[in-house]
Design a binder for this molecule. Structure first.
Ligand code: PLP
Length: 384
């Protein structure tokens, strides 16, 4: 049987796959089982920050795998401790809980907000406000956090206590906070799955203000926007705010499963023994990968991410299409169905994504200029 036939027979049909099987990759190029080469403008949906099989990343992973691949969270390990220190130093946060995915990172954020509220205001302050069109994960709690009805259907009852505000509507948010007992507000500064929609700076600042005024936990979901994707290490850094909780995953270990929930001053000591846990959380190999990733994301590297994003934006806008997003998280409003654009790009050897009705680009952050230019040429042709 072909890869496709075996997959179709044995793997649950939760993904609508494109009709190619990727067998290997190097840098920003990958190859299907017929040997066809593609420039990857997807990074495995914002994961492979340094592309495929990056030698520095692979060395860090291999070295750690040979030394200690796993132990339990009953013991200290150097990569876990070191990574937490790096994350805190670079964000001003105070404590980290490690998990394995974005959904788990958000699950932890929700637990932190609820426990903070229970400790300080009473257990009835359990509501979490998220935004319409948000996406926060697929567990029953993070589905409830996801402000899109289509994801909820057939899975009810979801975790109770989620309310949805309209993005960029400060008055609406204030009203929700006034009328309900609220533990936390969770936002993506750029809604990824929801269509690459950046929130306005005024709204992000207002969320922070409202949280401070009402002693509510201010949480930013940096699962897709984090780890250099937008041209800053974390996207909230564009907005001059300091969240109480940051959740992240995807690009953190650049291809190995790792989630992290970072807790600031206000909530640093909310979680105590037994409150939360994860067998694989803080796994030494994943942590070693993340240390390697973050150590390469200095100011010069992040500036290049911003430059590459600006290059794509200007080329696409010049060609007559509207662009949304930040850094190398880009949404393009197409004039024909996005599925047609995706197919045309794929045929010409460029892999892209969609987000709602937009074309979405999440290329590896270190994509070489020549490949970037070539990919943008193909995309512009495909958009026509
Ligand atoms: C903003 C955001 N939060 C959470 C998630 C869920 O992450 P995961 O699939 O790793 O659970 C995603 C995934 O796309 C995301 O984009």
């Amino acid at each position: 049987m072909s890869i496709k036939e075996t997959d179709e027979r044995y793997v649950a049909h939760t993904y609508k796959r494109f009709d190619i099987a990727i067998v290997k990759g190097e840098g920003c190029l990958c190859y299907d089982d017929s040997g066809k080469e593609y420039i990857d403008m997807t990074s495995g949906i914002g994961v492979n920050a340094f592309g495929y099989s990056d030698p520095v990343w692979a060395q860090a992973v291999a070295d750690q795998a040979k030394l200690l691949q796993h132990t339990s969270n009953l013991y200290y390990t150097a990569p876990c401790a070191e990574l937490a220190e790096i994350l805190c130093t670079r964000t001003g946060m105070k404590k980290v809980f490690f998990s394995n995915s974005g959904a788990e990172a958000n699950e932890c954020a929700v637990k932190v907000a609820r426990k903070y509220a229970a400790d300080h205001k009473g257990a009835e302050y359990y509501n979490i406000i998220t935004l319409n069109k948000s996406f926060h994960g697929r567990t029953l709690t993070t589905l409830a956090a996801t402000g899109q009805d289509a994801f909820h259907e057939k899975f009810t009852p979801l975790t109770e206590g989620f309310l949805y505000a309209e993005p960029n509507d400060v008055e609406g948010l204030e009203k929700l906070v006034k009328e309900n007992k609220v533990a936390g507000i969770l936002i993506e500064t750029v809604q990824g799955e929801g269509g690459v929609n950046a929130l306005t700076p005024d709204f992000v600042k207002a969320v922070e203000r409202i949280c401070h005024e009402n002693d509510i936990v201010f949480m930013v979901d940096e699962v897709q926007t984090g780890n250099g994707r937008t041209g800053k290490l974390y996207s909230y850094m564009h907005f001059g705010v300091q969240p109480d909780v940051i959740s992240t995953a995807k690009g953190l270990a650049a291809g190995l499963p790792m989630g992290a929930t970072l807790m600031g001053d206000k909530v640093a000591d909310v979680l105590s023994y037994g409150d939360h846990g994860s067998t694989f959380g803080g796994n030494p190999v994943c942590a070693a990968a993340a240390i390697s990733v973050l150590s390469r994301m200095d100011d010069a590297f992040l500036a290049q991410v911003a430059e590459k994003g600006a290059y794509i934006r200007s080329r696409i806008e010049e060609a007559g299409y509207a662009v949304s997003g930040l850094g190398l998280m880009i949404g393009i409003t197409t004039k024909k169905p996005v599925s047609e654009v995706l197919s045309a790009c794929m045929e010409k050897g460029v892999l892209c994504l969609s987000a709602k009705e937009k074309l979405r680009l999440l290329p590896p952050l270190n994509i070489p200029t020549e490949q970037l230019e070539k990919a943008v040429d193909v995309i512009i042709e495909a958009l026509k």
